[in-house]
Design a protein around this ligand. Sequence first.
Ligand code: ADP
Ligand code: MG
Length: 398
Amino acid sequence: MNIHEYQAKALLREFGVAVPRGVAILKASDADLATDELGGPVWVVKSQIHAGGRGKGKFKEASAGDKGGVRVTKSSSEVNQFVKQMLGATLVTEQTGPAGKQVNRLYIEEGSEIDKEFYLSILVDRETSEVSFVVSTEGGVNIEEVAHKTPEKIVTFSVDPATGIMGHHGRTVAKALGLSGDLAKQAGKLVAQLYTAFVAKDMAMLEINPLVVTKHGDLRVLDAKVSFDDNALYRHPDVVALRDETEEDAKEIEASKYDLNYITLDGTIGCMVNGAGLAMATMDIIKLYGLAPANFLDVGGGADKNKVTAAFKIITADPNVKGILINIFGGIMKCDIIAEGVVAAVKEVGLKVPLVVRLEGTNVEAGKKIIADAGLNVVAGDNLDDSAQKIVKAVKGA
Ligand code: ADP
Ligand code: MG
């Protein structure tokens, strides 16, 4: 789960992290209150969307102006003007895709006088199974590009969970960023605070880009992007409360209500599969035969008729889906249950695209009979290979 920058900053503040003061607003009429409260002399108006690259982003609407999604100004009336321009407009950045994201919240923040911009992130390194830091002097820019062109400018290390964060970690960060004296001390403190926050809140990633040194000699977190480990959310109702569903894919929200593992992708073949491994294999084979999956969907081992019907509805409601491949191995899950769910769903929502069903395993004959008896326009697949070829052919031929 992701949260907005202003929420991430408020959360980090609880752990003592130095972040600029700011006020989040949902409507333009609150802009004056925010500017008054912050007092200036410099304000920054920041679009709050779950995507980075906002500063260099462009709004779709000409009326929103061409100053990007993060705007610095010394005039409170200009703050007002920016707020009116940006709220409700659609911001396109490197990370939003061409459709962009509507800006429904703004964060008005006190401006910092920036001397240097750094990069710092924390994530779980799957190789070492430890929490790792990534630090670079090249902040404020695309870190993937830095990693590609000048990998020597990136310093990484991981933290042994048995010892937790130690003094030498802070010194490593200070050295990597070329900080000494009081700034090195600030870095040590910050590194410890961030690590504590990361572990306490079960974060999956914490990215600060940029981390800045101000002209007054302060180390400050100027941007913060946080995502949480979904499997640990049950321990953090305070984090769950920060969820902004308008930022999430409606289909994925619907799927989560039925406990389905669903992720929207950009292909045209809707997939309904049980088991993550089989789902991956199904997606691979669709690609092998020349098309791409419209989603990842694992209905899980214990799916019942309701779950299957819900899953089918989510797939058919997606206008990008031009064909559906159902690939079920009946182990714990029985093929006849799946078949009943499919038939119920087709009868309820109709079927406008080709559907190939491949069933194998427990009660497979009963399952096939249910589908055959229902008289639906369904193509039976004999095995995975055959099924993938059939659905690709049906869609390409259509
Ligand atoms: P994004 O990464 O989505 O573009 P950032 O929050 O990193 O958004 O903002 C982009 C740039 O705007 C930063 O690299 C920084 O130069 C500037 N900026 C952001 N917040 C402030 C602030 N409070 N004061 C001064 N400049 C800021
Ligand atoms: Mg940034």
